[in-house]
Design a protein around this ligand. Structure first.
Ligand code: AP5
Length: 268
């Protein structure tokens, strides 16, 4: 997947997802890693709907050559193929509720058994409930699963107005999965992908009413997951109110710092 860089975003408002002060665990390391051998290992990208998890995951995939595992993408792929799982998930996703833990956990477990995760991976949109977090923590602790490194987590934080604009303005290429935004990162030709010449589409859950429900779900079920990883350590926040490049620099600096810290702690 590719994500072209957006122009500066135009809205601002109250911060979403800041349950403690940003400074207590914020990504305050301005420079990206200079070490070419650096690999982030297992990474969680956490944050509210539309904060930019997928955009940042795509950039990390390009830079580090480790896969993005997006539970939203996996569910949408099932939906597109018309599988039983996809049909079950479809109606839940269209209302902004969460798909049952058992379904999502099974999907992630199968994905983590694939060979390409051995050097690391970026989990985008998972875990989203404390039950999923518990399942993931136990799975990763099992030596069967590679890489045998502790998970590190970055939560991207942005204002409510930014999130709403990003969600309602998002357009996606069905062919190459490039992510655009009609406000901040439009294609050269309206409605057409720059790379593929294919038509762009809008996700059915990217409307304001469904966004409001997704935010409610996030606050009720996913905010405690962020608190869980914050309490465990190996966690930082990145300021998502900036342009894509600046967010990317903050995320990478946080990952570098967290992985160094985790390596020192476990002697890995
Ligand atoms: P999912 O697909 O995971 O949706 P989400 O978490 O709500 O996140 P989004 O994909 O909407 O946003 P994003 O943070 O990736 O933002 P993006 O980078 O695209 O989940 C959908 C549904 O599936 C859920 O509601 C649920 O039903 C189900 N589901 C998924 N996982 C589940 C789980 N674990 N358990 C149970 N159910 C699950 O960016 C958004 C827009 O902003 C784009 O247009 C982009 O160009 C733009 N943008 C990005 N960064 C910037 C920036 N810095 N400045 C300006 N614009 C930017």
């Amino acid at each position: 997947m590719t994500a072209s860089l957006p122009r500066a975003a135009v809205f601002a408002g109250d911060e979403v997802g800041r349950h403690d002060t940003l400074n207590s665990n914020s990504a305050s390391h301005p420079t990206a890693p200079a070490d070419n051998s650096f690999l982030p290992g297992p990474v969680l990208l956490l944050g509210a709907p539309g904060v930019g998890k997928g955009t940042q995951a795509q950039l990390l995939v390009t830079k580090y050559g480790i896969p993005q595992i997006s539970t939203g993408d996996l569910l949408r792929a099932n939906k597109a193929r018309g599988t039983e799982l996809g049909l079950k998930a479809q109606s839940i996703m269209s209302t902004g509720q969460l798909v049952p833990d058992a379904i999502v956990n099974e999907m992630v477990l199968n994905r983590l058994r694939e060979k390409d995760v051995e050097r690391g991976y970026i989990l985008d949109g998972y875990p989203r409930t404390l039950e999923q977090a518990k399942f993931l923590d136990e799975t990763i602790a099992d030596p069967e699963f590679l890489p045998r490194l502790p998970v590190i987590a970055v939560s991207i934080v942005a204002s409510y107005d930014q999130l709403l604009q990003r969600i309602t303005g998002r357009r996606i290429c069905a062919t190459c999965k490039s992510i655009y935004n009609i406000y901040t990162n439009p294609p050269k030709v309206d409605g057409i992908c720059d790379c593929e010449g294919a038509p762009l589409s809008q996700r059915s859950d990217d409307t304001e009413p469904v966004f409001i429900q997704r935010m409610k779900t996030f606050e009720e079920q996913t905010a405690p997951v962020i608190a869980h990883y914050r309490a465990l350590g190996r966690f930082e926040e990145a300021d998502g109110n900036q342009d894509v490049e600046a967010v990317s620099a903050a995320v990478e600096a946080a990952l570098f710092h967290l992985r160094q810290q985790a390596t020192r702690e476990v002697g890995a």
